[in-house]
Design a protein around this ligand. Structure first.
Ligand SMILES: Cc1cc2nc3c(=O)[nH]c(=O)nc-3n(C[C@H](O)[C@H](O)[C@H](O)COP(=O)(O)OP(=O)(O)OC[C@H]3O[C@@H](n4cnc5c(N)ncnc54)[C@H](O)[C@@H]3O)c2cc1C
Ligand code: FES
Length: 282
């Protein structure tokens, strides 16, 4: 009976009210949600929720806020299809969505304690990594980690997500932030031009005590890993968040399956040695 109730709750969305909505770019918007009973998601950085809109559908979305932020949670959503475009165009502050989760394993941040952290974010990949970045930088957790390096790249100067917050990271004395755009389409941009791998040689990290965490478009992983390997990075210190097509989010439908692994349950976060065993994972 207890097992039945727990199982059922995996499929039962809980209503959350939209309390903030902000446009970042043509395609991406920021959303803050709260549960009416004031409860927290109790997530780990790197986990995701299944967001549903009644009569429209459901989509997996990474939780972008740190669990150290209580009473609300934040998502950054790119409009690509039914659910995401409905959320962008038809729902506003005060409207409700359904939330299942948090699901997935999240980052093993306990293992990261005492290490320097190198975050490598490509495009929308900054959304899940922001949860871990802000966790690491939270004043209650900052002492658990050493140096923090943030590498963030996007296509052009109009595509930045969390722009104000990125400025904040740049201004912090305890963080080294490196930005790049793939193409310079704007004379106001005075920073690095080139894909994100061009930033890696600029960073003076210590491979013996640094953990690298990568999230971005699928094409990025292979080249970032090659560049880290060129710098003698240990494979077991490289972590990545993988996105597969997902439906249920709870290991039932098989949509996310790679061999015998359900990415929605065993992932989406994996270390590189594990990824190497998953065929066609990157
Ligand atoms: C673990 C995880 C975390 C994610 N985090 C985020 C996030 O933080 N922000 C965000 O904007 N998106 C995120 N996504 C992608 C997001 O789930 C899809 O964009 C969304 O499901 C599309 O739903 P839709 O109904 O709007 O589009 P649909 O109408 O279903 O499809 C529109 C287009 O998107 C493609 N598509 C559909 N589902 C997926 C999927 N799961 N992954 C990739 N492409 C898909 C379809 O092939 C089609 O081309 C995440 C996906 C996963 C698996
Ligand atoms: S999404 Fe259904 S099994 Fe993973």
């Amino acid at each position: 009976m207890v097992a039945n109730i727990q199982e059922k709750s995996l499929y039962l969305p809980k209503l959350a009210k939209m309390t903030k909505k902000e446009r970042f770019t043509d395609k991406e918007m920021f959303f803050e949600f709260r549960f009416d009973d004031g409860s927290n998601l109790n997530h780990r950085p790197g986990q995701f929720v299944e967001l549903s809109i009644y009569g429209i559908g459901e989509a997996p979305i990474s939780i972008s806020s740190s669990p150290t932020q209580q009473g609300y949670f934040e998502l950054c959503v790119r409009s690509v299809g039914r659910v995401t475009s409905y959320l962008h165009n038809n729902l506003n502050v005060g409207d409700y969505v359904g939330i299942r989760g948090p699901f997935g394993n999240g980052f093993p941040f306990e293992k990261f304690k005492g290490h320097d952290m190198l975050f490598i974010c490509g495009g929308l990949g900054v959304a899940p990594l922001r949860s871990l970045i802000n966790y690491t930088l939270d004043k209650t957790k900052r002492g658990d980690f050493g140096k923090v390096y943030i590498l963030y790249g996007c296509k052009n100067n109009q595509e930045w997500l969390y722009q104000k917050e990125v400025e904040g990271w740049k201004n912090r004395a305890d963080v080294e932030t490196y930005l790049t755009v793939d193409k310079c389409t704007d004379s106001n941009w005075k920073g690095n031009v080139g894909v994100i791998t061009t930033l890696i040689p600029k960073v003076n990290f210590d491979v013996n005590k640094t953990i690298a965490v990568i999230c971005g478009p699928p094409i990025m992983y292979k080249f970032v890993v090659l560049e880290l390997k060129n710098r003698n990075f240990k494979e077991e210190n490289i972590y990545m968040s993988l996105e597969r097509r997902m439906k249920c989010g709870v290991g039932k439908c098989g949509h996310c399956q790679i061999n015998s692994v359900y990415v929605c349950q065993s992932g989406p976060v994996f270390d590189l040695p594990t990824v190497r065993k998953l065929q066609e994972a990157i």
